[in-house]
Ligand binder design. Structure first.
Ligand code: ADP
Length: 342
């Protein structure tokens, strides 16, 4: 039996801006028709990776195989199959109709143009009659993003790369953009790679989650990443102060590191603090959301602790025993040594 060829295979990628290395990926595969969630703080290299995957930028070093073939940036054959939607969409200074029809016109696919544009607009919740003749500058931010999405999906892309697609749009547009991306995968088998700060969304839809930090990729799944600044408390420990005065204590890393992973499995939840040692972090917060996981029958809960959000898995037994629901005040516990530094 031959193994299905991945959509992407990246080998020994390094990318520099000037002398600064911003991305280093030894080996990464993205499967056809899968959804990959990219998670990481600002400046970690998500947009750079997406530009490389779009073949819109050449990596300083390394190779990118697309469906088993080594491809070079800007190759027209491939760029028509792969499309990138950024946070601030670029629209042509023309009407909505012309923006959406543009790609098909370039491909000389003029048959049923109006019907196709009508359908593409409907797919992102925009009515043809009201929107087709509007100009690019007569749209709200959310509508412009939906038009940009429609202009991409009308081309039936093999890969849709989304760079913070819903970060600056209204709730209704965000919902429609989310739905349109999932429809593309369902109806066209489109491979999706999505960078978003909406961790709940990414977690609920993606098949794999990649955490990027300082240009390094960790296939950790969805885990808690705590970034600095940290302060030294003694020889063995660092602390992070939260905005409300609570303190997280973490074992000192062996080498220079800037972020800590606290795995979901190492965090427990309770309703009250226990008398314990100062090596045990006990943080008060509240449940901000609870989401049924796609594969297992567990619940992914997000706990807000002032300016920090931590996620953990909850089993039905625990939920009913502690009577947990969104909004409830809780205590999260994890040991200061249960930390991995990256
Ligand atoms: P993210 O999308 O995670 O916010 P980026 O890929 O945009 O991260 O940026 C990664 C790093 O590269 C950042 O330090 C950013 O300042 C830098 N960077 C991004 N684009 C350029 C550029 N065109 N020239 C120089 N530095 C850049």
């Amino acid at each position: 039996m031959t193994k299905e060829i991945s959509a992407y295979h990246l080998k020994n990628i390094q990318h520099y801006y000037g002398n600064t290395k911003v991305l280093g990926i030894d080996d990464l595969k993205i499967e056809k028709g899968s959804i990959t969630g990219l998670i990481g703080p600002n400046g970690s290299g998500k947009s750079t990776l997406l530009k490389l995957l779009a073949f819109a930028q050449k990596p300083s070093m390394g190779q990118i195989f697309y469906k088993g073939r080594l491809e070079l940036p800007f190759s027209p054959s491939i760029r028509s199959k792969i499309t990138l939607l950024t946070q601030k969409p670029y629209l042509l200074k023309r009407t909505v109709f012309e923006n959406i029809a543009f790609g098909l016109r370039i491909r000389k696919e003029k048959k049923d143009l109006e019907k196709k544009v009508r359908k593409a607009l409907l797919n992102v919740g925009l009515d043809y009659q009201h929107f087709a003749t509007r100009f690019w500058n007569e749209l709200s931010g959310g509508e412009a993003q939906r038009v940009a999405m429609a202009a991409r999906l009308i081309l039936k892309p093999e890969v849709l790369l989304l760079d913070e697609p819903i970060a600056s749009v209204d709730i209704e547009s965000a919902g429609l953009i989310r739905q349109a991306s999932l429809n593309a995968r369902k109806n066209l088998g489109t491979t999706l790679v999505i960078a978003s700060h909406d961790l709940q969304w990414l977690y609920s839809i993606s098949d794999q989650q990649l955490s990027i930090f300082k240009g390094n990729i960790f296939s950790t799944g969805m885990e808690n990443i705590i970034t600095g600044p940290f302060e030294k408390s003694d020889k063995k420990n660092l602390i992070k102060k939260l905005g409300d005065g609570q303190i997280i204590q973490l074992n000192m890393p062996a080498q220079t590191s800037c972020a800590a992973i606290i795995r979901k499995k190492n965090i427990s939840i309770d309703l009250e603090k226990k008398p314990g040692s100062d090596k045990l972090n006990q943080l008060s917060g509240h449940i901000s959301s609870m989401l049924l996981e796609k594969k297992n029958k567990t619940i992914m809960a997000t706990i807000s602790i002032h300016d920090l959000s931590l996620i953990l898995k909850l089993y039905p037994e625990k939920i009913s025993r502690l009577d947990l629901y969104p909004g409830k005040k809780v205590i999260l516990r994890f040991a200061s040594h249960d930390v991995e530094w990256i």
